[in-house]
Ligand binder design. Structure first.
Ligand code: GLN
Ligand code: ZN
Length: 768
């Protein structure tokens, strides 16, 4: 009979215990002992949940204080040497210093874990890197689990992925050169697990789903020939993509089994089954570990049944990847819509789905009362989801069908629009503006929370928000900014705010997933056709516009970012959902324009991060992403000015697509790269207006006027003055008013100083 397991569980705890404990520890309000106790409880709860669900394997080693890449480095003594900590004696404090930095050392760099919204700490490899004895955490976690009995399966990030995901520093030519030294440590770890009595280890090599360079691919053979003889049985886990091009390689590896992601790449299963060696386990992920939908049991069983026939007990039924990317427990949702709830499954529910599917592969068990009842209940829920009027909105379908190419094109080209906009905006050269949000003070957050739990009347809430808008407008006028914003006080989050108001979205109460370290996000769930019942931002922006003669910029979140930072429906292609959001936003844009808000910014900070893992899939993604943006932004008159904003990533490789958005103005984060990004915009000859950030808003530090002047001069050396805007890198919601007052005063003064030099005819010099 097949076996059931998952690749990992969320480590944040049902009530985000990890976050609260770790943050209390950082503030010095919790002892290390108490923190350790919290970790023990989360791990125990996770083991309990797996046992209760009836899984055959209890997966352990998936709990980490900050990040699994950092923990793996700690295990093999590979923390960056610059922290100067003895690897074998690494304390929890030392571990957190590597993650967060301290007065002497900056934190390790953070980047996105494949195409998820989780961020890992990037290993630093230099010629000085030596691996060695590390911390004992994994052996402790295993011992803790073994003490309870049952079959314990530790999970460990594999050596090739650990190396590949790092960065070469201090002139190291090739991090693969560190492999022999690293393997000595993996041998030590795996041998030690074997001594502990572990029989199977899940070793994760997710890099197999990337465009893997030849030498890395080749290394798999020698690495696993070296590790297998001393290790417990190894289940080599791949996920996040199709690895069928490596099917022969994987079949030939001496590992005891391989895991495949059957959710994001179901087609690859046939390739593998056709050539799978007699003695090897094949673990097949059929329960989606990255989304919140209930598994279609009948469909999943139909996929598994032939595999079970072919493989017998060598088939393992699994989640597609680690469940850390989905919320913990649907049972924590008190107020969720009753029907939508029947369509969902969070991590705890997914454990049960995996176990149930495994049982259903046995004919007698499938016929049993409880299994057939579960299948019937699921079929009912799936059928309701297919036909529910909550999901399917004929008006949205009609509008989608009526879309033509003309909807994705502004009436005129950029030069024509620019002169129409200049005519009424009458902005000075180097116009100044901000990215949207102003400080989210505790008073603002309290007002929003009170209103939500009905402790504040609608009128009182409106008045509080209007007072914030008045304050923001007054201050912006005092700074001397040219294009103002209303400040976004009403928004808790740039995606959730809109998700709350659009049909087809539902907001959960406790649907948190880890973003990085102690930080969690709560993505909305897109369950149905997206529809705009009434304008979402017009009252706020129009109110701000009434208060001033300066133009006020309306603020929206773009379709790709809405999609990227939500749980997306799995019953239609992502691009169709993006287009529905675009149509809803298009109406919002029209409503703003009609209300006299004729500068409108549509933020797309997540455009770059939506890129698929494999480069071959980039063109089709970029095509639909750009199309969606153009659909939402093209319905306006020539003299309405469309802005967009991007941050968080390097954009060098997608400049043609950024230009294809055809926004009149783009503001981008550039301060930290010291305008380096602009070189790319110059080389590409970016055609429209551009506002490279001159103020790093992620830091409390207030830049001086001189610093910002230097950045403006550097920008002027690459972008003609007529197309250059002056603005911060990103929104100001995490700053306080004192910082914002000084920084924006300095920014406007810097712009004025440069304007003066420009009008005196001084050519900008390439800044040193
Ligand atoms: N308009 C948003 C703000 O200012 C943009 C945030 C972002 O780019 N992440 O907060
Ligand atoms: Zn930003």
């Amino acid at each position: 009979m097949a076996q059931a397991h998952v690749l990992g569980l969320p480590r944040i705890g049902v009530h985000r215990e990890l976050k609260f404990a770790v943050e209390a520890f950082w503030r010095g309000e919790m002892s290390a002992t108490a923190l350790q106790e919290t970790g023990r409880q989360i791990r125990a709860a996770n083991r309990r949940a797996q046992r209760k669900a009836g899984l055959d394997w209890i997966t352990v080693g998936d709990f980490h204080w900050y990040d699994h890449v950092l923990s793996t480095l700690a295990l093999v003594g590979g923390l960056p040497a610059r922290f100067g900590r003895a690897p074998a004696a690494l304390s929890l404090d030392d571990y957190f210093v590597a993650a967060r930095g301290d007065a002497g050392q900056s934190a390790m760099e953070m980047t996105k874990w494949f195409d998820t919204n989780y961020h890992y700490l990037v290993p630093e490899y230099s010629p000085q890197t030596r691996f060695g004895e590390g911390t004992e955490w994994l052996f402790d976690d295993v011992a803790e689990a073994l003490a309870e009995g049952g079959s314990v399966k530790p999970v460990l990030l594999g050596p090739l992925s650990l190396l590949y995901l790092g960065k070469e520093k201090n002139g190291l030519a090739d991090r693969l050169s560190l492999l022999p030294d690293l393997l000595t440590q993996y041998e030590r770890v795996l041998a030690r697990l074997k001594t502990q009595g572990v029989t199977w280890v899940q070793i994760d090599e997710p890099i197999l789903a990337l465009d893997l360079p030849e030498p890395w691919r080749d290394a798999f053979t020698s690495v696993y020939h070296r590790l297998v003889p001393i290790a417990p049985s190894l289940l080599l886990a791949t996920y996040f993509g199709d690895v069928s091009e490596h099917a022969a390689l994987l079949a030939a590896l001496p590992v005891a089994g391989v895991h495949l992601d059957g959710v994001c790449a179901p087609k690859q299963l046939d390739t593998f089954v056709a050539q799978w060696p007699q003695q090897k386990v094949l673990s097949v992920g059929v329960v989606d570990s990255r989304n919140v939908w209930r598994c279609d049991l009948t469909k999943a069983r139909a996929l598994l049944a032939p595999l079970a026939d072919a493989l017998g007990e060598r088939l393992w039924v699994a989640s597609s990847g680690s469940l850390m990317h989905c919320p913990v427990d649907l049972a924590s949702e008190g107020r969720l819509d009753k029907q939508v709830r029947t369509w969902l499954a969070f991590a705890v529910q997914k454990l049960a789905e995996v176990a149930l599917l495994r049982r259903s592969l046995d004919a007698a068990a499938f016929a049993s009362a409880d299994v057939s009842a579960a299948f019937v209940a699921d079929a009912t829920a799936q059928a309701a989801r297919r036909t529910s009027p909550r999901i399917h909105n004929s008006l949205v379908q009609k509008r989608l069908a009526a879309l033509t190419d003309a909807h994705a094109r502004r009436a005129s080209d950029y030069p024509t629009r620019a002169s129409a906009q200049r005519a009424w905006l009458k902005l000075p050269v180097l116009p100044t503006t901000t990215i949207g949000s102003f400080p989210q003070t505790s008073a603002i957050r309290r007002a929003r929370a009170d209103f939500k739990r009905r402790a504040l009347s609608h009128l009182d809430y409106l008045e509080t928000m209007r007072a914030q808008i008045r304050l923001a407008v007054e201050r912006q006028e005092a700074y001397g900014l040219d294009v103002l914003v209303h400040g976004e006080a009403e928004r808790n989050d740039m995606v959730e705010y809109f998700g709350d108001l659009l049909w087809g979205f539902v907001i959960t109460e406790q649907g948190w997933v880890q973003s990085y370290g102690s930080r969690c996000v709560k993505p909305p769930v897109i369950y149905g056709d997206v529809y705009l019942p009434e304008p979402m931002t017009v009252t706020w922006s129009a109110y701000a516009q009434q208060l001033t003669d300066k133009p006020v910029k309306g603020m929206l979140t773009g379709p790709v970012t809405m999609l990227q930072w939500s749980f997306v429906r799995d019953d239609q292609p992502r691009e169709r959902t993006a287009l529905q959001i675009a149509l809803a936003l298009r109406e919002e844009v029209a409503a703003l324009e009609k209300a006299g808000v004729r500068v409108i910014q549509i933020d797309e900070p997540a455009l770059r991060e939506g890129l698929p893992l494999r480069e071959r899939d980039w063109p089709s993604y970029l095509a639909w992403a750009v199309h969606a943006y153009r659909v939402c932004s093209s319905g306006v008159a020539d003299d309405t000015q469309i802005h967009t904003h991007m941050c968080y990533s390097a954009f060098h490789d997608i400049l043609p697509s950024i230009a294809a958005l055809d926004a009149d103005v783009i503001s981008i984060e550039t301060t930290r790269s010291d305008m380096e990004l602009l070189g790319a915009f110059e080389a590409f000859a970016y055609p429209n207006e551009i506002g490279p950030g001159v103020y790093d808003t992620h830091s409390p530090r207030v830049p001086s006027q001189a610093e910002m002047e230097r950045l403006i001069e550097a920008a002027l050396a690459r972008i003609p003055a007529e197309r250059l805007w002056i603005n911060p890198d990103c929104g100001l919601k995490t700053r306080d008013w004192a910082q914002v007052d000084s920084a924006l005063t300095n920014m406007v003064a810097a712009a004025n100083a440069v304007r003066k030099r420009l009008s005196a005819g001084q050519r900008p010099a390439l800044a040193a």
